[in-house]
Design a protein around this ligand. Structure first.
Ligand SMILES: CC(C)(COP(=O)(O)OP(=O)(O)OC[C@H]1O[C@@H](n2cnc3c(N)ncnc32)[C@H](O)[C@@H]1OP(=O)(O)O)[C@@H](O)C(=O)NCCC(=O)NCCS
Length: 157
């Protein structure tokens, strides 16, 4: 999958780039868990200083994206998503590695993220070296009213 894969960073995303991220988001996140953002939430974030939207694409197709916010010497990986048909081929890892490279280059010392307790991505983040530092009880509310804790992870860069 690395052949032909392009990671395009947007500090001020165009309407088209934002729409690409929304299209991936609606398809990638299971609506049962209430993790996906809506278009208004995404729009309000992408214009903030220090926020970068990176879109993974191949031959014009949008595969996945990451959304990162950098403030002083800390950064947060706000969202990471890969379309279902593109999973398991290293796209998520490529996006995360690009995020690590970008943040390190900017002098960031700590990268934070939050993820639902039973999200399989927890295994992925742990394998990269993220350590759990905190949790937020009942942070996510699923479609059926079930609540899920958010686990807070940190990676020292
Ligand atoms: C998490 C996500 C981005 C991973 O994307 P991906 O392109 O499938 O990931 P990759 O193929 O690069 O795999 C990266 C690593 O994670 C592991 N992994 C991926 N999905 C996994 C799963 N469901 N369970 C366990 N491990 C998993 C892979 O084995 C791989 O490990 P390796 O490098 O040791 O082989 C994708 O599953 C997704 O979009 N999920 C829905 C959105 C979401 O929940 N995002 C995270 C919270 S913001």
């Amino acid at each position: 999958m690395s052949e032909g894969l392009r990671l395009v960073r947007h500090d001020r995303p165009s309407v088209r780039a934002e729409a690409a991220a929304m299209a991936i988001m609606s398809e990638a996140f299971d609506p049962a868990y209430g993790e996906a953002w809506n278009a208004a939430q995404l729009s309000s974030f992408v214009t903030l200083p220090g926020v970068t939207l990176t879109i993974a694409q191949i031959n014009g197709a949008w595969l996945g994206f990451s959304l990162v916010r950098m403030i002083a010497d800390e950064a947060e990986l706000l969202l990471l998503a890969v379309g279902r048909q593109w999973r398991g081929r290293g796209v998520g890892k490529a996006l995360l590695n690009d995020c690590l490279a970008m943040t390190r280059l900017s002098g960031i010392e700590t990268l934070h993220l939050e993820v639902r307790e039973n999200n399989p991505a927890v295994h992925f983040y742990r394998s990269i070296g993220f350590e759990q530092v905190h949790f937020r009880p009942r942070y996510y509310r699923g479609r059926d009213g079930t609540s899920y804790d958010a686990l807070s992870f940190r990676l020292k860069l």
